[in-house]
Ligand binder design. Structure first.
Ligand SMILES: Cc1ncc(COP(=O)(O)O)c(C=O)c1O
Length: 447
């Protein structure tokens, strides 16, 4: 790509990749003190269940709901006076945009945020609230980026890549310095990976301060651009469709982020998205934290048993990187999580359509302690006589064992019923597993 090309970004130049240094991360962490939160890193209630000393670094508590403020604040403070006057611009799927809007406004720097048209609503709205000029453009981040770089060149604005600008990576690295200060004996740190700035920054800081700490990158089966880049030892384009972890939806990892992170990541781990929904639910239920999909992937990987190499007493930090989840998506994640754990059950049963027929079913549900959530009657396409009615039921139970009790009661009392095959579901709960880590370096895929 030549320098006159619209898509050329001088700070992220593939022919001149930069390796981020610890000293610059330390300087960044001092520069942003007071402007971003020093978030807590507390022991998780889920520790015992997962069989490790699990600590949660609560980056969702930043003012705009994610760690992105760290990198943005540092990058904005590093602009020259002329650049500050001309303003800053970025393309983003959300969290970087909110952070940019908030900190640019706080520093009196004009700013423009370009988002793909399908960006999450909560993030779109907040960018404007925080004071950015918002442009919705394109179907994905690459199209939005092309548009934003065009504006940057025309208006001489500073383009701040949210996952690859060197000053951004340095700012994200401050999370690593805090972790070592808060938990000096840390054994492993699990980091969600999108474009790679967070793992690059944290990795450099932690490997400098405590080199024997293991650094794991976590992606989902639908957002695995770093996994593919490490496999091929070069940045590759990975198509990404819709994902519950929209913060990780980056088709190609950053130039500087990859160059910095590739020698530091001990292993990449890929978790399936249904585990991410379950993690969102468990983090709400057990820790009382609301995190978005991208923020839950590390806990999801632990719950899915992808770290059988972690043992009791080992200190493991998961970064809860963001909390900006649309309420509708949160509701869906909770439903999916409940369904995946057998706590939401769907079945059909044919009952008498005479007075009292439905009431009988309700008393049966109540006698086994199951809550009726939804009931749709079907009278036309029913096999039984004209006085029967098929009910499609959705019910809440306490889990697989309770669901089995429900199935037994329905079987005893009705002739026609249909439950989906539960298979070996009962064994798939989050448990502590022990053994060697699942696959050779650098990539570990969930089977
Ligand atoms: C909540 C959240 N977690 C993790 C990430 C991944 O960070 P990075 O792109 O630096 O790898 C992002 C990126 O936007 C994010 O918003």
């Amino acid at each position: 790509m030549n320098k006159d090309d619209i898509d050329f970004d001088e700070n992220c130049d593939p022919s001149n990749p930069r390796k981020i240094k610890y000293d610059d991360i330390l300087a960044a962490s001092r520069r942003i003190v007071g402007a971003v939160c020093r978030t807590s890193c507390s022991r998780a209630h889920m520790s015992d269940k997962l069989g490790m000393e699990l600590y949660l670094k609560q980056e969702f508590l930043q003012h705009t709901g994610s760690f992105k403020e760290r990198g943005v604040r540092n990058a904005l403070m590093m602009l020259s006076e002329d650049q500050k006057k001309a303003g800053a611009i970025a393309a983003t799927t959300g969290n970087h945009g909110m952070a940019l809007a908030f900190h640019a406004t706080a520093l009196g720097i004009p700013c423009v945020v370009v988002m793909p048209q399908r960006a999450p609503l909560v993030k779109v709205n907040k960018c404007e609230v925080y004071g950015a000029k918002l442009i919705l453009y394109g179907n994905n981040i690459l199209e939005a980026r092309h548009h934003a770089l065009g504006i940057a060149k025309e208006k001489k604005m500073a383009y701040i890549n949210g996952f690859d600008h060197p000053n951004v990576i340095e700012g994200q690295g401050s999370v690593g310095i805090e972790i070592i200060e808060q938990l000096p004996q840390v054994d492993a740190v699990l980091v969600p990976v999108g474009g790679g700035s967070l793992i690059a920054g944290i990795g450099v800081a932690i490997k400098h301060l405590k080199p024997d700490t293991e650094i794991y990158g976590i992606q989902t089966d639908k957002t695995n651009s770093m996994v593919e880049a490490l496999r091929k030892n070069e940045r590759v384009f990975v198509a990404i469709d819709s994902t519950i972890a929209d913060g990780l939806a980056v088709q190609m990892v950053g130039v500087n982020a990859f160059h910095t992170a590739k020698g530091i990541i001990d292993k990449m781990v890929v978790v399936k998205e249904d585990w991410v929904a379950r993690a969102v639910m468990h983090i709400v239920e057990e820790e009382r934290f609301v995190v978005e999909g991208a923020g839950a992937v590390c806990v999801a990987a632990c719950m899915a048993g992808l770290f059988p190499n972690f043992y009791y007493g080992q200190k493991v930090v998961c970064i809860l990187s963001g909390g900006n989840i649309d309420t509708t998506i949160l509701a869906r994640a909770l439903e999916r999580g409940m369904a995946a754990e057998g706590r939401l059950v769907k079945f059909k049963v044919t009952v008498s359509d005479r007075p009292g027929g439905m009431a009988e079913l309700c008393s049966l549900l109540s006698s086994v302690g199951v809550t009726l959530r939804d009931c749709i009657p079907e009278r036309a396409w029913v096999k039984g006589d004209v006085f029967s009615c098929e009910l499609k039921i959705i019910a809440e139970t306490r889990g697989w064992d309770h669901t089995k009790d429900l199935i037994e009661s329905v079987k005893k009392n009705y002739k026609e019923y249909y439950f989906q095959d539960m298979g070996d579901q009962k064994d798939k709960g989050p448990t502590a597993r022990r053994g060697p880590c699942l696959a050779p370096n650098p990539v570990c895929m969930q089977k």
